[in-house]
Design a protein around this ligand. Structure first.
Ligand SMILES: *Cc1c(COP(=O)(O)O)cnc(C)c1O
Length: 487
């Protein structure tokens, strides 16, 4: 390279095409081989990671060499979250067209923080939010925001509730969540200035749903103590067991008590896009705000969460500030992202959602969402029929929890055995499930939400759990006898 031209960072069209082909070849080979990749790579590589630390490279390197390391050494050392057998945590999947949308968004690099800078592109994002509003049956006063994920959607929801009900005086405000709520609500509350000692954990019933009677009492107690209850958070699908809180009753209570009703639909909200499943989420459209995660229930890649706020003015009250160096804001009927969220400069998250919905169409996406529920129902029924397994409850949506039951064993022993089962199933390399502590014991959980998970993977899950459970029961039986003889 001509040393005087070091400052030229542009590629020629031929170079761009070659780089694009090189990257796309890897992408396609990777996606096409997902079902053959180990479901969990070797992630015990702390020393490798320390060895990867390096000073900023003074000279550039070759793309192929970098892609080699990414695809051969680093990507494989991870949970294979995009593989069809991934039923751990809350799976996403990552629809392929979203990657194309990101490439287009990043290379066109238009400014979508304010409406005036790229009106037609921002309108695509507004369309996406309006589609969500339609699927969630929110009124046309609703405003929305695309965020990095459900956590940031929750943060913005709490800001709305706080601004509306507390004003400048935050310390007296109290919020109410169930003991099964996702931990991001506590983080979001703290970010919004609501400290943990002002967030009440309401116990759950036998179905892991928030107890409305206890909630009512807690609110009354706080009011009597001079505090100001301002927020109730219901879950449309909890992370632990997939339970859906009694959203309709919570909406009634919130209306009675004049508090903000937020629904955490990061896992479950997109099931509401399927009309036949709406009764399960009855009351969801009555929320003042709803967090929903396209990177879970709409199968998008990580990095896309969303918030809907029923009274859009509440979201604008938090974020709409004018600045003389920016173009004038859009008129009320047009969408100005920076007036609805904390970011000014940002990527273009709307395009990945828009392209996926336009390419597939809502009918196919709904079919996929409904299929995931059917698969989970099928898996729970088959696992529940196995000797030695107790399913806590059939899935409300597409997530259920279960544990091993060993004759005469303590809860602690059953918890250990359940952990062993999860580890052994994962070690077989085809499906991955995880667990959590709830209801005083450790349980395994299955969440079917990757668009790639189909009947074949559920069959494999059932096979592998059946075989490993039989093995663990056999070992426990022999161990029991041995112990008996020794005793
Ligand atoms: C994933 C999840 C969250 C957090 O959302 P992120 O997108 O990971 O920030 C909150 N609540 C529930 C129920 C979730 O499943």
């Amino acid at each position: 390279m001509d040393p005087r031209d070091l400052a030229n960072l542009e590629y020629t069209p031929a170079e761009m095409a070659a780089m694009g082909r090189a990257a796309l070849d890897r992408v396609v080979a990777h996606v096409a081989s997902l079902s053959d990749q180990p479901i969990c790579g070797d992630v015990e590589v702390d020393d490798l990671c320390r060895a990867m630390r390096e000073p900023p490279p003074e000279a550039g390197e070759d793309l192929e060499a970098l892609l080699d390391r990414l695809y051969q050494e680093w990507i494989p050392r991870s949970f294979t979250t995009s593989a069809p057998g991934y039923m751990a945590y809350i799976p996403g999947g990552g629809l392929f067209p979203a990657g194309l949308a990101d490439l287009i968004a990043d290379t066109s690099n238009r400014f979508t923080g304010i409406w005036r800078a790229a009106p037609a592109l921002v309108q695509l994002e507004a369309n996406v939010l309006a589609w969500f509003r339609t699927w969630m049956q929110f009124p046309d006063t609703t405003a929305g925001l695309l965020t990095a994920g459900g956590s940031m959607a929750t943060f913005n929801a709490i800001l709305c509730a706080r601004e509306r009900h507390l004003g400048a005086d935050l310390r007296d405000g109290t919020a109410y969540v169930s003991s099964e709520v996702h931990h991001c609500v506590f983080k979001a509350a703290r970010l919004a200035g609501i400290m943990p000692d002002r967030v009440r954990r309401i116990p759950v019933d036998a179905g892991f749903r928030m107890r409305v009677d206890t909630l009512q009492q807690a609110i009354a107690r706080d009011r009597a103590a001079g505090l100001r209850p301002f927020l109730v958070v219901g879950s449309a699908g909890t992370i632990n067991t997939g339970a859906v809180d009694p959203l309709d009753e919570l909406a009634d209570l919130a209306a009675r008590e004049s508090v903000w009703f937020h629904v955490d639909g990061a896992y479950g909200a997109f099931f509401h896009a399927c009309p036949e499943l709406r009764p399960i989420l009855c009351g969801l459209p009555r929320a003042d705000s709803l967090a929903l995660d396209p990177h879970k229930g709409l199968f998008l890649p990580y990095g896309t969460g969303a918030l809907l706020v029923r009274d859009g003015a509440a979201l604008r009250a938090v974020h709409a500030i004018d600045a003389s160096y920016l173009p004038r804001p859009a008129s009320e009927d047009l969408y100005d992202p920076a007036r609805h969220g904390p970011d000014l400069s940002r990527g273009f998250p709307g395009l990945r959602v828009w392209l996926c919905v336009k390419l597939f169409g809502a009918a196919r996406l709904r079919a996929a969402i409904a299929e995931k529920r059917q698969l989970a129902v099928d898996a729970a029924r088959r696992l529940g029929a196995l000797p030695g397994i107790r399913v806590l409850a059939p899935p409300a949506l597409s997530l259920f929890a279960f544990h091993l039951r060993l004759p005469g064993a303590s809860v602690a022993d059953e918890s250990t055995a359940t952990r062993t089962l999860i580890d052994r199933v994962r070690a077989r390399g085809r499906v991955m499930i995880t667990g959590c502590e709830t209801g005083g014991r450790f349980v395994a959980r299955v969440c079917v939400l990757s668009f790639r998970t189909r009947q074949a993977q559920v069959d494999t899950l059932v096979d592998h759990v059946t075989q490993e459970t039989a093995a663990i029961l056999g070992e426990a039986g022999r161990g029991g006898r041995t112990a008996g003889v020794a005793g």
